[in-house]
Design a protein around this ligand. Sequence first.
Ligand code: HEM
Ligand code: HEM
Length: 217
Amino acid sequence: MEAEAIDLALAWHGRLMVLAWAILIPLGVIAARFFKIVPWQQFPQELDNQSWWHAHLFLQYAATLATIGGVYLIVNAPADALRSSVLHRVFGWITVALCGLQILGAWLRGSKGGPTDRRANGSVFGHHYHMTRKRRVFEAVHKSLGYLLIMLASATVLHGLAIALAPRWMAMIVVAWWSVLVVAFVLLQRRGYCVDTYVAIWGHAPEAAEGLEVDRE
Ligand code: HEM
Ligand code: HEM
């Protein structure tokens, strides 16, 4: 196998993983955490703006596809492209497995419900609208696992760049970008952009909340 082909498999593995885990996934999480109500929205008259939802879905699925592509490239790379790093392999496969779990968990999160998503018989019941145990477990697991996954993936990205002997400026750019994201995260949090999903969809005092134990952040 020519050196060029070896370099290409490794370089594209790295590029796709950086794209997925340093750019797309963090942006998708910021959209989900801070833009459930968008700045141009007349809240609370106007509820359930789904921009965050479409952005989160698009970005997380695009990142998952990039991850699958990156794994495919490195698994099929010629032996000379590899670096015998057990640590990176372990971190890498755990990241891939947790990414799959996040998606599986999201698929199993149950129904939405509420006045805009009635069942065929007209009932407003929904796992989210009634904050069932299933929905609470989903929110707790999806959030904790999501942030844990980002931390693990960040370490994997930096370690990958190191074992691939990538030029130092690449890691510096990635770290600078993450610093921008962390500052943005802190500022958005302090300025009150983090609104509970329930409130963003159904407002501050939805009928379903009456007599129901609804968790708020
Ligand atoms: C690897 C892929 C994913 C990661 C890392 C991820 C991560 C996250 C994180 C960290 C949050 C919480 C944001 C906050 O602090 O409020 C979140 C929220 C959410 N995500 Fe994902 N997500 C992924 C994929 C998905 C997919 C595929 C779906 C749906 C099919 C989904 C549905 C949701 C929902 C509904 C929320 C809002 C939860 C709530 O009400 O608090 N996520 N995601
Ligand atoms: C979160 C991001 C990343 C994930 C999930 C990931 C995942 C993986 C996985 C699963 C493998 C093992 C393939 C096998 O078992 O044959 C692997 C190998 C490898 N990855 Fe990554 N990777 C990531 C980031 C990077 C980056 C940014 C680079 C830099 C170019 C990189 C370089 C490598 C190298 C050199 C190998 C071969 C390691 C060896 O010889 O043992 N990875 N990666």
